[in-house]
Design a protein around this ligand. Sequence first.
Ligand SMILES: O=c1nc[nH]c2c1ncn2[C@H]1C[C@H](O)[C@@H](COP(=O)(O)OP(=O)(O)OP(=O)(O)O)O1
Ligand SMILES: [Mg+2]
Length: 203
Amino acid sequence: MTPALLVLASGNAGKLREFHQLFAPFGFAVRPQADFGVADVEETGLTFVENALLKAREASRLSGLPALADDSGLEVDALNGAPGIYSARYAGEPKSDARNNARLLASLAEVPEGRRRARYWCVLVLLRHAEDPVPLIVQRSWEGEILLAPRGEGGFGYDPLFWLPDHGASAAELTAEQKNRLSHRGRALQALVAAMDGGQGER
Ligand SMILES: O=c1nc[nH]c2c1ncn2[C@H]1C[C@H](O)[C@@H](COP(=O)(O)OP(=O)(O)OP(=O)(O)O)O1
Ligand SMILES: [Mg+2]
């Protein structure tokens, strides 16, 4: 299935910017859920995949279009996997990247360099319609370490604290093109598009 038009089931401006860049080469149109009056759903799942399904289903139902949702977050080993599926709300409501980053640094204040390993997860769910019983699902991670202080101005969310030892940069110090090539989201989307083009049966 290569739909002519896809709704992006997200209200996150950083994600939407990355998806627009990532989809540009593939030649089908994507529109944010806000264009169809879709508001954020309550993310009541206990896994990224459950939350992504809830978001995609709601956006598809209200738009009448195929929908792609991204549920993502940061898993920090020294915090037993927190903030995980709660990454967006780590410092409470309303969601705030600045307060989330401050809480992450405070939570890791006693954890030395070398023990600050973490990874981003991105789960993408594509529904052909709201009652699609065969969602297309891909999950990818991106390994890094949590810095002692923020670096860089790019990206969004936890990127200024997400250090990439192999690149000698934080995720916020990469160009948009570099981040999209390396990231959990960029690689998940490549895999999703490959699966849409016939990798998973007759879609
Ligand atoms: O590449 C990334 N660079 C930095 N931070 C990131 C990234 N990817 C996910 N994250 C963080 C942001 C947010 O704290 C959480 C996602 O939460 P998540 O519920 O999936 O998104 P959201 O509520 O911001 O928007 P929406 O649900 O409408 O898509 O993980
Ligand atoms: Mg969310």
